[in-house]
Design a binder for this molecule. Structure first.
Ligand SMILES: [Zn+2]
Length: 162
């Protein structure tokens, strides 16, 4: 049964977990955080880490800014990232444009060109989901797991830098 999620392997190289491949976890997280403002605080890092672990699912033109924003998050923390994000929303509403403002992250390394990493030490498939919830042991524990995935994502990409 090669299409069984239990036996499946994800694009990122990890083995599928009880919910399936990373995409299944990602969509379950997006659904749960819609109803949980505290969990939603990690929305940005979740999206950036997921797309950088599965670049074929993202838009190539945004991956570089997502890579830099993930570095900003690991470096400066969630509160700093949320301040920048709030500023961007205001800016986008004002100018009616979409896309990322690169100013706050201009000093971070660009996304390396070339091959996509084939292994990450922490992935979405490994996130515990208990009774249908990713935050059953608290938001801080969830946040630490997202931070670990973010760090693992950066670690896997960095050796590819020329
Ligand atoms: Zn994956």
């Amino acid at each position: 049964m090669p299409d069984s999620p239990f036996l499946g392997q994800c694009d990122c190289g990890t083995t599928a977990g009880p919910l399936g491949v990373c995409a299944d976890y990602y969509h379950a997280i997006l659904a749960e955080e819609q109803a949980d403002p505290e969990m939603y605080r990690w929305h940005g890092p979740v999206v950036c880490a997921y797309l950088l672990q599965h670049p074929s699912r993202g838009h190539e033109k945004y991956l570089d800014s997502q890579f830099r924003y993930l570095q900003f998050y690991v470096d400066k923390g969630l509160d700093a990232l949320l301040r920048v994000a709030a500023h961007q929303v205001a800016r986008n509403n004002h100018r009616a444009r979409s896309g990322y403002d690169m100013t706050p992250v201009a000093t971070y390394a660009p996304l390396p060109l070339g091959e996509t990493p084939r292994h990450f030490r922490a992935t979405f498939c490994e996130l515990p989901c208990s009774d249908g919830s990713f935050v059953s042991d608290g938001h801080l524990a969830y946040g630490r797991r997202i931070e670990t995935i973010a760090e693992a994502t950066l670690e896997a990409w960095r050796p590819l830098q020329a």
